[in-house]
Structures are given as C-alpha cells and as structure tokens.
Design a protein around this ligand. Sequence first.
Ligand SMILES: NC(=O)c1ccc[n+]([C@@H]2O[C@H](COP(=O)([O-])OP(=O)(O)OC[C@H]3O[C@@H](n4cnc5c(N)ncnc54)[C@H](OP(=O)(O)O)[C@@H]3O)[C@@H](O)[C@H]2O)c1
Length: 270
Amino acid sequence: MSVALVTGASTGIGEATAIRLAREPATELVLVARRGEKLRELADSLPCRATCVAADLTDADAPARIRRHLEDEHAGRLDLLVNNAGAAWRGSFAEGGYANVQRHMELNFDAVVRLTEALLPLLRKAAPSAIVNVASTAGRVSRARTGAYSASKFALIGWSDSLYAEEAPHGVHVGLVLPGFVRTEGFPATELREKALTRWIVSKPATVAEAIHECGPGRKPERYVPRPYALAAHARILFPSLTRRILSGGAASSLTTSTRGDQAGSSDTG
Ligand SMILES: NC(=O)c1ccc[n+]([C@@H]2O[C@H](COP(=O)([O-])OP(=O)(O)OC[C@H]3O[C@@H](n4cnc5c(N)ncnc54)[C@H](OP(=O)(O)O)[C@@H]3O)[C@@H](O)[C@H]2O)c1
C-alpha cells in the first residue's frame, strides 16, 4: 500500500492529479484544501480509499494537523507528497507593493516549505519516496503584472533544486513540474481561450497530472507542460536582451491573464 498526499486537490490540477494517482494499484490518497465539501465529493468518486483534510495551508498549525492526520488515518505512512496548492493575484509592484509579494510567498513558497518540513521524516521512513513541487513557467520567465507570483515560483524552483540534491542520498526524489497556461478555476485563461490565435497554448489539468505522475512515482527531475514551454526558459538564459524586449512590448500584455484571485478581490485565493 502506498500513500500519496495532494494539496490543492479541490479543483484544477490537484483534482486531476488525485484522479490520475487513484488509478495506481494499492494506493491511498490524502486530499488537502480549504473547501472540505469539494474534497469529500472527490474522495467519494475515487476508486481507492481517500481521506480529506480541510485546511488553510497558510495557517500556523496546518502542517502539524496534516501530519497528525497521516499518523491517525494512514499509520504515519507517506510515499508521495504533491505540493500543488497555489494562487496568483495580478498587479504591478507599484499597485500591490510588498503586501502582494508577501501573500504570494506565504502560500506558494512558505506553506510548501513548512509542510515539507513536517512531512519529510515520514517520506524518509518510506523511501524510496517522492516530493513533487508544482512551480510554473513563470518561475523561469517573468512578465509585467506577475512579479509577485513569479518571485514565489522562482523561490520554489531554487529551493527544490537544492532539496533534490540533499534528499537523493536518503531515497526521497524531488520532482519539479512547470506548467504553462492551464485552464482551471483559479487560472481560467479566458483572454487566451477567446482568440483562435492563442487558444492552442492553453492545456488541460489532466496533462499536468500526467507530468506530476512522471516526476513523482516516475522519478523524472523536471517537466514543462506542455514541453515546448521549455523554450521560453532557455530563451531567457540564452537571449536575455531579446526576451526582455519581447516581454516588455505591448503584445506580451496579452500573456498576463486574469485569475480567480483578481476576480474575487484581495481577500480570496484561487
Ligand atoms: N493553471 C495554470 O495556468 C497554472 C500554470 C502554472 C502553474 N500553476 C500552478 O498549479 C497549481 C494549481 O493551480 P490550478 O491551476 O489547479 O488552480 P486552482 O484550480 O485555483 O487550484 C488551486 C488549489 O489550491 C487550493 N488552495 C488555494 N489556496 C489555498 C490555501 N490557502 N490553503 C489550502 N489550499 C489552497 C485551492 O483549494 P481551496 O480554494 O478549496 O482551498 C485549489 O484546490 C498552483 O500552484 C499554480 O500556481 C497553474
């Protein structure tokens, strides 16, 4: 029996990942997000045992609560941790200031680090085991009005690379998934889907879920989704001036799509 925990499992990429992992034989799932009723609905629809923890991952006691749940419900076993929960609120630095950077870091970086710290002993005990961190292509290339989101994903990538090297000798694989535009509740990509010219660059949560499977149980170190998005990351390193010029131009503004966080106002995430 192997136990996999997915954060942000109530919608989007996390939900698709839970559905993908549930197809593996002898798997138990732990689903984490704030909306418990959505998690329970998903758990009831899966073909394997799935338990739920309704938690805000930015709460100080969330990591300890989740660890206690694993000990009480899954005999303290954890083979795969998928750090997927995340959100974005668009805006320039002049508009959002430090407060916007802080809320991105709290959810997209600090919460991942804190949960991983609490669960690493269980992962080491279950080795060979794996962690998959869901970053973003925005963690390699930054656009206007996404600086706070990009900063949190750049941080996640830097930390993940180090953790990969540190945990390899302990049998804990660390995989990194970098999606591009994916249509989800939090990132509807409406602006891109409305135009025939850009519709094709938006992919589906199930495609990312497959990459998460490859980078977790499949032990790949890194996957862009879809793969050609890697070109943007390479261009940023190989042709920095050209990339900067393109991303500062008017056409690039259409690549900054609005998110659920923007629509819900400053108090919500998504
Ligand atoms: N979709 C894209 O275009 C795209 C591209 C690159 C990277 N990503 C990354 O992929 C990951 C998943 O995003 P998604 O597109 O699937 O978005 P989504 O549909 O909005 O899903 C986000 C998930 O995170 C959970 N969540 C948000 N805030 C939380 C909190 N404070 N505590 C606990 N759970 C929280 C949400 O559940 P509740 O609201 O129920 O808490 C939801 O299950 C994120 O890390 C995102 O940055 C997405």
